[in-house]
Design a protein around this ligand. Structure first.
Ligand SMILES: NC(=O)c1ccc[n+]([C@@H]2O[C@H](COP(=O)([O-])OP(=O)(O)OC[C@H]3O[C@@H](n4cnc5c(N)ncnc54)[C@H](OP(=O)(O)O)[C@@H]3O)[C@@H](O)[C@H]2O)c1
Length: 332
């Protein structure tokens, strides 16, 4: 009997967990759905059954033994409840940023560093959404050509800020005052995601930098990021400038990227086709296009990368990790 808890099930990422789990139909016998006291008793249709949402409490992991738990309820909830889950023998996949940089906690993108999953002492962290989509092309290029330096600028959707981000876009489009963002997101690009740090970067930018180094096992990777919130409902876009360690033709780069699991190349400028949000929204692929040489620097290219931040950037990546854990258990 395999039991799985899903925490934060009423949120944007949590509800997408349910969608992805239904699509994959993993060998899990029993699910329990948790959220805060606000959602206690709410009915949710899942896997052809009606589930009643339970309040997550300090006793939740004592009362029932869960083999696995998917957490997506913010850092404070993760900090408080995940140690209790791990103590009771549950393997946790966490979407919050709380454990990501802990040494004993692997940070995993399954196409990139799947082997790290099995070095976990109970918690496996899901990276930040903007980091996840960057990792697939960087891993492909680093394995083949080596990477010297990365400059990433993001154009991040409001859904990255949860349900409240979407509400702020819709409200400010109607002229209402913003509640989630500092300025009306309907008419502005905001070069601030999360708080500012002492080094003048935002926390989101430093997450991208530090998480990339950890996932790629390149602690000295030269990488910088600027993260912006834009008036788009879903999917993050990234403009990425990459200096390779060796010369490569555009054809060699296309070949390398197109062979990598879950990368889709869309780059047909004659027909004005390139990765856009509407293409990526609702699926788990990482779309890459606008590949061209940066003629201002040696061995350097530009790319445009788009992915669904709620699916590949959060829920689907976590469910892929769960899938790998289940396969490993089956093969033991
Ligand atoms: N949105 C993204 O693109 C994205 C990407 C990667 C990672 N993440 C991370 O995923 C997490 C959730 O994000 P989201 O976008 O889904 O946010 P959201 O839409 O605001 O949902 C938050 C969820 O957390 C639950 N929750 C809050 N406090 C809780 C508590 N004390 N106990 C149990 N459940 C609690 C909420 O339940 P109630 O409905 O009962 O309040 C809700 O289900 C965050 O850590 C976020 O950083 C988000």
């Amino acid at each position: 009997m395999i039991r799985c808890a899903i925490v934060g099930v009423t949120g944007l990422v949590g509800s997408t967990f349910l969608k992805v789990l239904e699509e994959k139909n993993l060998p899990i016998d029993e699910y329990t759905l948790f959220a805060s006291i606000r959602s206690k008793g709410k009915e949710i249709e899942f896997m052809g059954k009606t589930y009643i949402v339970e309040e997550l409490t300090e006793e939740s992991f004592e009362k029932t033994h869960f083999d696995y738990a998917l957490f997506s309820a913010g850092s404070n909830t993760s900090e408080k409840f995940i140690p209790l889950a791990v103590k009771s023998g549950t393997t946790v996949i966490d979407n919050s940023s709380f454990f990501r940089m802990h040494d004993d906690c692997p940070l995993v993108v399954p196409e990139v560093n799947p082997e790290d999953i099995f070095s976990s002492s109970g918690i496996i962290a899901n990276p930040n959404c903007s980091t996840i989509q960057l990792m697939l092309p960087l891993k492909a290029l680093n394995d083949k050509f080596g990477i010297e330096r990365v400059v990433c600028s993001t154009y991040q959707a409001v859904s990255g800020a949860g349900q409240a981000g979407i509400v702020d876009l819709l409200d400010t489009l109607k002229g209402k005052k913003p509640k989630k963002f500092k300025y009306p997101i309907s008419s502005n690009c905001l070069p601030q995601i999360d708080v500012f740090l002492e080094n003048l970067y935002t926390k989101e930018e430093m997450k991208m930098i530090e998480e990339s180094r950890k996932i790629l096992h390149l602690p000295n990777l030269k990488i910088t990021a600027t993260c912006a919130r834009v008036p788009v409902k879903n999917c993050h876009s990234e403009s990425v400038n990459i200096t390779l360690k060796q010369e490569a033709s555009l054809k060699e780069i296309y070949d390398c990227l197109s062979k990598f699991e879950n990368i889709v190349i869309v780059d047909d400028i004659l027909n004005e086709k390139y990765p856009i949000n509407d293409l990526a929204s609702g699926n788990d692929k990482v779309y890459v296009g606008r590949l061209r040489k940066d003629f201002s620097a040696k061995n350097t290219i530009n790319l445009w990368i788009v992915a669904d931040n709620i699916r590949k950037g959060a829920a689907s990546n976590a469910v892929q990790i769960l899938e790998k854990l289940l396969e490993h258990k089956e093969n033991m």
